[in-house]
Write a protein that binds this ligand. Sequence first.
Ligand code: KIV
Ligand code: ZN
Length: 403
Amino acid sequence: MTQPEPANLRRIHIFDTTLRDGEQSPGVALNHNQKIEIAHSLARLNVDVIEAGFPITSDGDFECVSRISREVRGPIICALARTARADIERAAQALEAADKSRIHVFTSASAVQMQHMLRKTPEQVIESSIAAVKLACQYTSDVEFSGQDVMRADFDFVIQLYLAAIEAGATVINIPDTVGYGTPGGYGALIARVRDEIVKGRNVEISTHCHDDLGMATANSLAAVENGATQIECTINGIGERAGNTALEEVVMAIHTRRDHYQSETGIRTRELYRVSKLVSRLTGMPVPPNKAVIGDNAFAHESGIHQDGVLKHKETYEIMNAELVGREAAVMVMGKHSGRAAFRKALADLGYDTDGHSDHGFNDEALNALFVRFKELADRKGQIYSDDLHALVGSSVETSET
Ligand code: KIV
Ligand code: ZN
């Protein structure tokens, strides 16, 4: 596949919210040192923005955002605030030591949330949003604005709300599908409306923030990119409230692998992805499913004989990205009942056996075939076959032929 020149690609900003929305995963509570360790790893990964926390919620969160602001250099450090004065002042205070700071002001956009949660009319929501954005602008020139639950909101109201936020000074407008209700077509169309009816050439960035309740967070985020969004909000391993947020590693590798399609690129150092994923999984206690894209144990493992044979002949037969590119060891052949003769021969050769029959103890084709039959019998009984099993198999075949 011919890929476009890097200079011709649009830059997509990665806004990582592992420490804020990600930490809202049920059962997850990170202590300060763990959050600092993750924040440093995110800086090494080269994310553009770290949403470090929601300072008004607790003294602990305030302290943590302050410490990250003091200690972590590189990315913009962002703090979340509702449209209340106290929230914004607390966020600004926590961000004081940051090199580059952002205040992220949020409200609700759907009727159900405005009525039952905020207990405000749409007009009052617009009014408080304008006041909040103006106040945040007194502390930083970088103010992001979000109206929760846009995909269940009246889109005409969404346009009105965001227009008001931009006129009040917001520089990033984030469009959250808070409950993961959107479809790629519907969400993409809304982003296109925001681009055409609100942004219209102004120096304002469109951001996407999706949840995975219907398993569409990655698809929806990418639909937003196709329709004008240049910031993606996401978390490592896709952790977050309920079914989680958009997974950072998925959108980054989708954009990189299909830059021919998205005509875009992120600034992420992809070779750091696996290490950060492991760190977040260990510190949060949330295991990564083996079949998870990019970072799951099986993401670069080939089991079936046809696939193994193909990959041994030419990697690109069944691989669309290199394992090394995301910081993992080269793709592995899993030896099991689906494995073919070619992979079996290669596994023995990798363990140091002569599978070409050159030496006295080498396996000629006949011996290898006999061993392969026994390997299949063992794989049928045992499932996965490890190096020790192969050594034992070879050892027993040598004993059999000597007795
Ligand atoms: O999902 C959501 O709506 C949020 C907002 C605070 C942006 O996390
Ligand atoms: Zn969210």
